[in-house]
Design a protein around this ligand. Structure first.
Ligand code: FAD
Length: 380
């Protein structure tokens, strides 16, 4: 039996390992990704301020071969769900089970001027360039903006601002730097109870970071961010999160709903095609209470991958799949100066999603550092 996993990011890596660990040679597992490397995104904020190096947060995907996972470095061009065939730039691949974990792709062109004037804070190569630029930045306004919703890891932009605050304070330059964050959301952490968003606002305030909410970015000029209603935000350095879309190869299938993301069963992650699953950022998961879509983060992709792998194991043995995804995850937001806030999320909880956000602590900070080590040791 063969399981084909599309995407070697968080969801794909966990699914491949989980399948191999439980099924051994009874399941051939093939992982396909266009990138030769995996980048550990939770450490991008620390990479930005030079607290870690690119080589420390990068692993070659083909290391997974030692775990008997076949790794193909390919561009996926077409998914034929009727014939069970995936076409890459080199060959056609058949499957018995298919797991799609292709994440999102960035579309900076939806904001004119983005590609010319903005560092994409979610792109590994741009973060490396940004870390060099910051070394020579001594005064002026830095603006971080979110192009559109949804975007993955909603706390990440705030984390990056807190680390910029730390970076410039440590250099004695903070009084010469204005930090501004611009978001289309009405609040940080919008699905959480209001007190969670309020506590992030307070931290921004305490650190003298300006927050502009409910802002629609129209375009970028060299030193200006243009918002709706002709509002102009001046800037000497622009960081942004480009609009997220599902990859074209997904949008060319009938898997997507009108949001552009893949419709899945909330509990099993199965698509409308039996034996075809989608996990991670590419999925459209409705929150039972708010009707809104669930947030996107690696911890959710991770938990979904484990559920799917366990159910494929049962199915391949002729048994009923019994494992269910529970909508739980966690996040640790680095708040600077060796502290972090630990957050738990349970987005299927009724009568409303449950989100906790602990106060900044050293323990949470060390837990975040330890997770990076765990991640590479556990899965590579
Ligand atoms: C700066 C930053 C910080 C973050 N911090 C956290 C955090 O602290 N905690 C947390 O839980 N989450 C965090 N996240 C979010 C997390 O990285 C994502 O939610 C997670 O990676 C989603 O996993 P995925 O498998 O769905 O997609 P991805 O990990 O994005 O993997 C998708 C893979 O598909 C490949 N691919 C796409 N299209 C094709 C194609 N046509 N052909 C071949 N390959 C293709 C891509 O190359 C990619 O490797 C952060 C994200 C960023 C950017």
């Amino acid at each position: 039996m063969k399981t084909l996993i599309l995407g070697g990011g968080v969801g794909g890596i966990v699914a491949a390992n989980a399948l191999k660990n439980t099924m051994g040679s009874s399941m051939k597992v093939t992982l396909v990704d266009r990138e030769p490397n995996h980048y550990f995104t939770p450490s991008f904020p620390r990479l930005m301020i030079g607290e870690t190096k690119p080589s420390k947060i990068t692993k070659q995907l083909n290391i997974l071969e030692k775990r008997k996972i076949e790794v193909l470095h390919r561009e996926i061009e077409n998914i034929d769900l009727i014939e069970h065939l995936v076409t890459t730039n080199r060959e056609q691949l058949e499957y018995d089970y298919l797991i799609i974990s292709l994440g999102v792709e960035y579309h900076p062109e939806t904001v004119p001027g983005f590609s010319e004037f903005v560092f994409n804070a979610y792109d590994f190569y741009d973060v490396v360039k940004l870390s060099q630029r910051l070394k020579n930045f001594t005064s002026g306004q830095i603006v971080f903006f979110i192009s559109s919703l949804p975007y993955k890891c909603p706390p990440a932009p705030y984390e990056m601002m807190f680390l910029l605050d730390q970076f410039f304070r440590q250099r004695g330059l903070r009084h010469k730097i204005k930090l501004t964050i611009v978001t289309p959301d009405y609040s940080p952490e919008p699905i959480a109870p209001p007190k969670v968003g309020q506590s992030v606002r307070k931290m921004l305030d305490d650190k003298d970071i300006e927050l502009i909410t409910e802002a629609k970015v129209i375009k970028v000029e060299r030193n200006i961010l243009m918002l709706d209603h002709d509002t102009k935000v001046p800037s000497d350095l622009l960081l942004g999160i480009a609009s997220h879309w599902t990859p074209e190869v997904i949008r060319n299938t009938d898997l997507v709903d009108k949001s552009g993301y893949i419709e899945v069963d909330q509990l099993t992650l199965e698509t409308r095609y039996p034996g075809v699953y989608a996990i991670g950022d590419a999925t459209a998961i409705r929150l039972p209470v708010l009707g809104a879509y669930a947030p996107k983060a690696g911890s959710f992709a991770h938990a979904q991958a484990v559920v799917v792998a366990k159910n494929i194991r049962l199915l391949s043995r002729g048994l009923k799949p019994k494992f269910r995804y529970d909508g739980k995850g966690l996040c640790i937001m680095n708040t600077g100066f060796g502290r972090a806030r630990y957050s738990t999320v349970h987005y299927y909880k009724k009568p409303q999603p449950y989100v906790t956000l602990l106060h900044p602590s050293k323990l949470s900070y060390y837990a975040k550092l330890a997770f990076e080590k765990y991640w590479f040791k556990r899965w590579f």
